[in-house]
Design a protein around this ligand. Sequence first.
Ligand SMILES: C[S@@+](CC[C@H](N)C(=O)[O-])C[C@H]1O[C@@H](n2cnc3c(N)ncnc32)[C@H](O)[C@@H]1O
Length: 282
Amino acid sequence: MSSASTKRRAKEDHYGYLHGYSDVEQERLIHQARFFESSVFAGIDWPASAKRILEPGSGVGAQTEILLRRFPDIHVTSVDRQPKQLARAKRYLAPQIKQGRVKLVEARGEQMPFGESSFDGAFICWVLEHVPQPVDLLKDVLRVLRPGAVLHCTEVLNSSFFLHPYAPATLQYWFAFNDHQWNMGGDPFCGAKLSNHLTAAGFQNIETRVRNLLLDKRMPKAREEHLKAFYELLLSGAGELKKAKRVDDKLLTELEAEWTAAMKDPDAVLFYSFVQARAVAL
Ligand SMILES: C[S@@+](CC[C@H](N)C(=O)[O-])C[C@H]1O[C@@H](n2cnc3c(N)ncnc32)[C@H](O)[C@@H]1O
């Protein structure tokens, strides 16, 4: 094992989380899930017989709410390792919890307290990028899925990000953001490796789709909304990056100026790709 992977493995149980758990961040997750709902959920489906769905890394329940709304016959077991996220999820999903449609469980996705064949399907979104050993988590998902169950997985590919007009402070900030996440044990380029990870975990019939977001002058309203959502995403790392002395107030001021300029520029372009995989437990 290389020293780099030894370092990443050593952090496995106590790794940090770039976005943090502030109220602002928890609301951002809810907004983000709703904002990207149509692109994330475009290809997500399970057969009618799939009633018991597992959602590791469920956070504040932002995707859980969408799952329950889109699939009225399912029950979701939402698992997160962070009690603060589950506390917010308990409030956010209060009506669905009362209806008996969701169960919140505090656990690491790598070691879930469920037996074999406990679930008919699984959904993972924006989680593996934060996990030092994503294959371990996927192996545990495979363990608790019944044979034939389908897993849907969505992940970032942060190297795909592009902004016009040219934005050097943003590029510097984005490098710090991704480099810091990498050094915390995460992987901001995880999307490109999804199929490799799923294969290593033992999943079969893996299909991947690259989802491209290209916002330009043809759709000014959608472009403005996406620029806002991405700026919020960038800022979600600012507290942690400042604490780690990876960015300073000067860079943050320049960053703000570049995004303000982009939002006013009729020729602005925003591009980003993420990756989705469908895999079967056999
Ligand atoms: C970016 S949030 C995404 C939450 C949710 N999937 C969504 O899209 O809104 C990532 C979540 O994964 C959780 N997480 C990270 N590593 C985990 C692990 N090993 N097991 C369980 N949850 C984990 C974090 O606590 C956080 O709530």
